[in-house]
Structure formats: structure tokens, C-alpha cells
Design a protein around this ligand. Structure first.
Ligand code: DCP
Ligand code: MG
Length: 419
């Protein structure tokens, strides 16, 4: 019997007043006040001798800076993202101005995504403060709870919100619907700290009254043209003949407009493909020998390890298996690897492990190529998010086949990497 595919349950999660909320974590005394993020260094709050802080006010600002975001209290005064700071100062002169700290926002971005990933791993990254999450196949997601046919999905979304709050201290808003297009709209409907679950039956009441611009994909140009045609809301679009929209907007965009207004969108949640390993290798201009070219080989070996460590750090990964690859002058390739007790991206730890691997290779022939590889990768953020657990015991080094170790002179004793 052909089985019915489960109905799709797609979530869109967007952090609330993201940059501003991160700033309020370190300046909790500003909670409840209109705060604007957009200053430069010179707007850093000043700590007074009595321990209190003095903040810059919009009224004191002169310059051409632009606001990245603001607290909901500032928004109530008409201040919003992308507005010039001077213009905002007219609307809210007493609002507090804070400098941007992207480093900090990126750190919190990694943290909230890791908190979501603990509960729901199928995530599409959409930038610093938003993600799509496919809940379809999570245990319990399809279950009804009491009279709520979407109770299971709702409970999972609530759990995700709680986990984000626990690990970051920040609130977010989530929309859950059959697709990405509707979820993106839904997550905004009850901001901040919202949870909005919609089905296609909710379209006429919840989505059709919205301005056409609320649909992700209807930009200022399309919106202006729609307005010119007397079309203002999503419902106005839905009432148009598909063929007429195609006439007005072209085959592809016209058809898309019609589908969007009827809440049709089959795009999958696209997870970033995770790399399995990272490596660095180098082929020598002339073949090198472990003894005669010891200094040169040693330097190259350490350099490869350092580069691998930098690659891992830059991309936010840790590696638990370090391996080496050698190609000899007869083109034979030899690899060895070693599993560490804990994942690392530290150059010295990698150099030490790679050196251990090297002890297990006969180095009497000359070398053409040398490589270092980090395998068993895990995201730094996911490792950081793990609770410290005494139960997580260190893995012993992988003991497969007993291998001979060679007493030939290696091109560098291990300890040298540390000096
Ligand atoms: N941002 C920016 N410039 C813009 C818009 C946004 O620098 N023109 C930054 C600041 C925001 C972050 O991106 O904090 C996320 O953008 P959002 O549109 O999600 O806005 P917020 O998260 O600040 O508020 P909301 O609660 O409406 O999501
Ligand atoms: Mg946001």
C-alpha cells in the first residue's frame, strides 16, 4: 500500500531585536528603555567612579551613521532599522545610543543555533538572526495534543524557544506552517516572543489581510507596481487571475506571485553540507629525506599543522582525528591517523598528534608529498553548548592492528613543536 508522506512542518525562527537584545544582556539597567544600536566606538558607555554607567543619547549624536536595530520601546517612537541616527534623534532624542559589536552578535548567533540544533538538527542558516527548521520528521511532531491537531509541532517549537532562552538569555519568535514562505510571514505575526502556528485554512484570516510587501520576495519595485494596479494586500493578489498576473509580471514572477498569495511553496529546508574532514598538504619541489632534510621537513610539517588549525578555527570546527599522508619517491602513499581524547583546533595538539602518527611510518625512502588531515569534525558551537559531563570519558587512542613503530630518526622530535 502506498504510504502517505507526512505533512510538512516547517519552522522559521527569528531573534527578537537581536543586536539590541544582546546589548541588554550586558547592560540590564537599560531594560524597558528606548535603545538604539548604531554608534561607533566613541559611544561606548562610560563607567563612573561610583560604578554606575553614563550612556550616549541620540540627542548628542552628530554624523551620518545608520541604525542597525532598536529596542521595541524605541520602535514605539518611530525609530527603525536603516534609519539615519540624526533622523532618529528628532523622534527620540532621549533614546540611548550604543556602538555595534558584531563579534558579540556572531557569538550569540552561534550559540542560539547550537541550542536549536540540540533539539532539531535539520536547520537552514539564513544569516545572523534567522533560520528555517524542518520539524517534519521529529518524534512527536505529527501528533495531535487534545483537540489541537498541531499540538505536537507546537510543543516542539515551544521547547526550541525555551532552549534558546536557556542558553542565550534571549527571546525569539517562531512561525510553524507547511512551508518556508508562510513560516517567514508567521514568525513576524506575534513578535516579540511569539509562537504562531498556521495551516492553509488560516490563510484568509491571517495572511490575506497583510500588505503585499510582507511576502518575502515582493520587494519595493514589485510592491510599487502592484499598488499602481490597485493591489495592496496579499488577498488582493490571491483574487487576481493567475493568467492576468502572468500578463502583468511575466511568466515566472507572475505565476510565483499567484502561488505565494495562495500559500504554495515546495522549497526544501537546505542544510549546509557539513565537511567530513579538512586537510593541508604540500608536494615538494624536490624529494626530501627524513634525515638529510630534517630541518626543512620539520618546518613544513609544523606549518601544515598550523594551517590546518587555522582552517578549523576559521570555519568553526574541532577535529578529533588527526591523520598524516605521505607520498614516497616511488609514488607509494601511506596514511596514519590517531583519535584524540577530545576534539581540538589547537596547532600544538595537532602537531603532537601528527608527530605520533609519523612514528608509525618507515621513513627510509625519500618523500614527495606530506599532508596533515583533521577528521571526525564537530562544530565548535555544538561542543561549547554541551553541558560539562563527567560521564563523557576520554576515548582511548584507536588501537586497530598493532603497527610497528620505527626507530629511524624522525625529522623532528615531538617536543620541538612546542618550543
Ligand atoms: N540589521 C541591520 N541593518 C538592517 C536590518 C537589520 O544591521 N537594516 C541587523 C540588526 C538586527 C539584525 O540584523 O538586530 C536582525 O534583523 P531583523 O530584521 O531580524 O531585526 P531585529 O532582530 O533587530 O528585530 P525583530 O524583532 O523585528 O526581528
Ligand atoms: Mg530578528
Amino acid at each position: 500500500m502506498p504510504s502517505v508522506p507526512p505533512r510538512r512542518l516547517i519552522a522559521h525562527l527569528d531573534m527578537d531585536a537581536f543586536y539590541a537584545s544582546v546589548e541588554l544582556l550586558r547592560y540590564p539597567d537599560l531594560r524597558g528603555l528606548p535603545v538604539v544600536i548604531g554608534g561607533g566606538r566613541r559611544h561606548q558607555p562610560e563607567t563612573l567612579p561610583d560604578g554606575s554607567r553614563r550612556y550616549a543619547r541620540l540627542a548628542d549624536y552628530a554624523g551620518r551613521g545608520v541604525i542597525t536595530t532598536s529596542t521595541y520601546e524605541a520602535r514605539a517612537l518611530g525609530v527603525h532599522s536603516a534609519m539615519g541616527v540624526m533622523k532618529a534623534a528628532v523622534l527620540a532624542p532621549q533614546a540611548i545610543l550604543l556602538p555595534v559589536d558584531f563579534e558579540q552578535y556572531r557569538a550569540y548567533s552561534r550559540r542560539f543555533k547550537a541550542a536549536v540544533a540540540e533539539l532539531a538538527p535539520v536547520i537552514e542558516d539564513r544569516g545572523v538572526d534567522e533560520i528555517y527548521i524542518d520539524l517534519t520528521h521529529l518524534p512527536g511532531a505529527q501528533d495531535a495534543v487534545g483537540h489541537d491537531p498541531l499540538g505536537g509541532a507546537r510543543a516542539i517549537a515551544r521547547e526550541i524557544k525555551n532552549n534558546v532562552q536557556r542558553s542565550t538569555g534571549l527571546t525569539c519568535s517562531i512561525g510553524v506552517t507547511p512551508n518556508k514562505l508562510l513560516s517567514k510571514i508567521a514568525s513576524e505575526l506575534d513578535k516579540p516572543d511569539g509562537l504562531t502556528v498556521l495551516t492553509l485554512d488560516d490563510l484568509p484570516t491571517r495572511v490575506w489581510p497583510l500588505a503585499a510587501r510582507k511576502v518575502n520576495g515582493i520587494g519595493p519595485k514589485a510592491a510599487a507596481k502592484l499598488t499602481g494596479l490597485g493591489i495592496h494586500t496579499v488577498g488582493d493578489i490571491a483574487r487576481c487571475e493567475r493568467a492576468w498576473l502572468v500578463e502583468q509580471f511575466g511568466r515566472s514572477y507572475g505565476a510565483w506571485l499567484h502561488d505565494a498569495a495562495w500559500g504554495r511553496d515546495e522549497r526544501p529546508v537546505v542544510t549546509e553540507s557539513e565537511p567530513v574532514s579538512m586537510s593541508r598538504e604540500t608536494t615538494f619541489e624536490r624529494d626530501l629525506h627524513a634525515v638529510r632534510d630534517k630541518a626543512r621537513l620539520s618546518a613544513l610539517f609544523t606549518e601544515l599543522c598550523t594551517e590546518l588549525a587555522q582552517d578549523l578555527s576559521r570555519k568553526g570546527y574541532l577535529s578529533q582525528t588527526i591523520g598524516i599522508k605521505l607520498r614516497f619517491d616511488d609514488f607509494r602513499i601511506v596514511t596514519r591517523d590517531l583519535t584524540l581524547p577530545a576534539p581540538t583546533s589547537d596547532a600544538q595538539a595537532i602537531r603532537r598528534a601528527a608527530g605520533e602518527c609519523l612514528k608509525r611510518v618507515d621513513l627510509s625512502r625519500r618523500l614527495r608529498l606530506l599532508g596533515v588531515r583533521g577528521g571526525k569534525l564537530m562544530r565548535q558551537a555544538a561542543v561549547d553548548a554541551r553541558p560539562p559531563s563527567p560521564a563523557r570519558r576520554a576515548l582511548p587512542p584507536r588501537a586497530a592492528e598493532p603497527e610497528p613503530t620505527y626507530n629511524l630518526p624522525l625529522f623532528e622530535p615531538l617536543a620541538d613543536a612546542d618550543s
